[in-house]
Design a protein around this ligand. Structure first.
Ligand SMILES: [Zn+2]
Length: 261
């Protein structure tokens, strides 16, 4: 009650100010960040640093058809293009420059624990029920960081599908868990780089086709052996710790999805 009264007073005061002052009064509270990460400057082509890297992690799902956004802390053309797609997808001015408008949208989409709004650590860290991100080839911290990157791509995919819920059946798997479920020996699931998806409102083929636009270099779905009940997506091209080449592998023959699309 008391807070409301104070707010009303503040609004009345703002309305009494000349135009320019009103703009600054209205704009100021919007730049409120959260417990995860706060950007301190506007970023654009040529910028570099950890703040660019943090941005890249969050917009990598907007890499465009067949593309990836390298998480290298350098704001190059692929970062600018992904920022533009992100801005368009959320109805912001699409200029490829990451300023307050873009950051505020990211804060909105971001939980205090750095996961995007619609995905959580517990969802990706099943490990056959054990959890904790350990027991794979990478450290628990590295695995968890990969899972965060996977989740931001999933958040983009979800938006790209028209804000449709996506279920993750399997995310990170320890080596023991991967053996137990009969996963591939060097599966991207071991690295926190993969997710097996279903949706109640979209077909598996719709998931597989849309995934091509959201930074996933690995897509396996209907028509690929063992993938008739889910779509597997991963980031194998960005994985320098596995034993496979950093290429793109798409195979969902029943959906018209194959490498070279
Ligand atoms: Zn999988």
């Amino acid at each position: 009650m008391r807070v409301n009264t104070l707010k009303r007073v503040a609004v009345a005061f703002a309305l009494a100010l000349p135009g320019a002052a009103i703009a600054s009064v209205v704009a100021a509270p919007a730049a409120h960040a959260d417990g995860c990460y706060t950007w301190q400057r506007t970023l654009s082509a040529g910028s570099s640093g950890n703040d660019v890297r943090q941005l890249q992690i969050r917009i990598a799902g907007w890499a465009g058809a067949g593309g990836i956004v390298r998480i290298d802390g350098r704001y190059g053309p692929e970062t600018a293009a992904a920022v533009k797609r992100f801005q368009t997808a959320y109805g912001l001015r699409s200029d490829g420059i990451a300023g307050p408008q873009t950051f505020n949208k990211l804060y909105q989409l971001q939980d205090n624990d750095c996961t995007p709004a619609h995905f959580s650590y517990s969802e990706l860290d099943d490990g056959c029920g054990r959890g904790g991100w350990s027991g794979g080839p990478l450290s628990a911290d590295q695995t968890r960081a990969n899972a965060v990157r996977t989740m931001w791509k999933l958040e983009a995919l979800r938006r790209g599908l028209g804000d449709q819920p996506i279920n993750v059946n399997s995310g990170f798997r320890s080596t023991a868990c991967n053996n137990q479920v009969g996963g591939a020996s060097d599966s991207q699931h071991l690295y926190g780089n993969a997710a097996d998806l279903t949706s109640r409102t979209r077909t598996l083929c719709e998931l597989a086709r849309a995934s091509r636009n959201h930074g996933f270099s690995g897509i396996l779905g209907p028509g690929y052996p063992g993938h008739s009940t889910h779509v597997h997506v991963d980031s194998r091209r960005e994985n320098n710790s596995d034993r496979t080449t950093n290429g793109t592998t798409w195979s969902a023959p029943n959906c018209g999805v194959g490498s070279g699309d």
